[in-house]
Design a protein around this ligand. Structure first.
Ligand code: HEC
Length: 156
């Protein structure tokens, strides 16, 4: 019986924190109006961003993105990723397949002070593990740039 009560307790805690995470995670409104990268093509089938993507950067993040330094709390980045099709040897943009968000928030200690969230193309959180599926790669690629991998210099 004791074991059963423990089990119920653990499930309730796990479930409510999951529900909380899902509730908190929503895409920032109006990110479509932020500064947007050029079309970026990734041909590596093993890459998370295999396809065609665009990086959106909000105003708060812009100073550090341009010239380095610390990102202020609330800084945000969004990436929209699309399928890629070869038509006549040229890459053509297909359907949207994923959206990802990074938001600077010191609460997220296990992921370097950034909230990492993956979304389905219709904007619902996809439940990816932010440590295993996001942070580890960002840490490896951009430890010295505040975990931000893309560069403003390749927007043009
Ligand atoms: C295997 C490596 C890898 C994983 C895993 C990964 N990313 Fe990234 N991420 C990248 C790369 C590479 C870029 C830069 C793309 C560019 O230069 O256009 C990037 C860029 C981003 C950006 C734009 C800001 C920046 O750092 O340039 C966001 C937001 C982002 N990723 C969120 C996420 C989220 C959320 C997850 C987990 C669901 C995730 N990423 C998982 C490699 C990864």
């Amino acid at each position: 019986m004791k074991k059963f009560i423990m089990f119920v307790l653990v499930c309730t805690v796990a479930f409510s924190s999951l529900a909380q995470a899902a509730e908190k995670a929503s895409l920032p409104k109006g990110y479509g109006t932020w500064e947007k990268s050029r079309q970026k093509i990734d041909n590596d089938k093993k890459s998370l961003f295999y396809g065609i993507h665009y990086v959106y950067v909000d105003k708060k993040a812009m100073k550090a993105y341009r010239s380095g330094g610390l990102y202020p709390e609330g800084s945000m980045f969004v990436v929209e990723n699309f399928n890629i099709k070869e038509i006549g040897g040229k890459p053509v943009q297909g359907k949207k397949n994923m959206i990802v968000l990074m938001k600077k928030d010191k609460k997220y200690k296990t992921t370097g002070g950034w909230q990492f969230v993956g979304f389905s193309p219709d904007g619902k959180p996809s439940g990816l593990d932010p440590v295993k599926n996001c942070y580890e790669c960002h840490l490896k690629e951009a430890k010295d740039r505040g975990l931000v991998i893309s560069r403003h210099t390749d927007f043009k």
